[in-house]
Write a protein that binds this ligand. Sequence first.
Ligand code: PXL
Length: 275
Amino acid sequence: MKRVITIQDFSCLGRCSLTAALPVISAAGVECCGLPTAVLSNHTGLPGSHIKDLTDEIKPIGEQLKRLGAGFDAIYTGYIANAGQMEIIKEFITEFRGRDTVVFVDPVMGDNGRLYSALTSDYPEKMRELCAMADIITPNITEACLLLGRDYGEYDTGEMLNELMKLGAGTVVITGVEPKTDGVPLTGAAAYDGKRFYEEYAPKQPVLCTGTGDLFAAALVGATMRGTGFERALRAAVSFCAESARLTAADPDRREYGVNFEQALSGYMEEISKP
Ligand code: PXL
């Protein structure tokens, strides 16, 4: 069985980061280890939060994993609590990366044109360096703009993919892409691997939810590491997020507690198990 280690925060309330990655990657039939960058009472999209930063714990955890001789088929980074932590995580990647290790960097930094409230203005610069180490990066439009040092606004997906490739990652996936249509509004992902462009869209739901990008990245990591080819993994991640968003929009008890993905897991598992 493939083994992934994912490095991101544990938010007690509000499905995101580790509470999205662990169930989704496990459902993909891939072992998922979690290395928390911080423990938060709740994600920072809710009013206030109690945060315990774990910067000083990452290195000793890595050293102990090394002593145990642990190896990982993939390293997947998500929300990193501060710019200083980024250096320690870069060292972790260098230490644990083998010839066949796949490095996924989800450059979690913001949404709707804004940097997340707990992050500082030097963060995008540091994130650019982390992206350069990755095989696959998965920014949303806001994060793509922050990585490219651009204002948030109109974008040309193909041009943005090309520019992001210059950061040094092997494959770039942009999420939350909304193609122009005359009919039903769509949202999804567009990707470029230096040879081919890929696009996958589904109907856009009238909900904006913290954690959707985390869910997408986890679904892509899970499917890719399971051995589903990239194109199918991308399609499965988009349809899983679309179904989860539909379930969230239909939930009369909906709160800002992340996306209702639990009941979409069986469909995701079915889709990635097809021969
Ligand atoms: O979903 C991204 C995310 C991850 N982790 C924490 C967050 C957010 C977004 O707000 O606050 C702690």
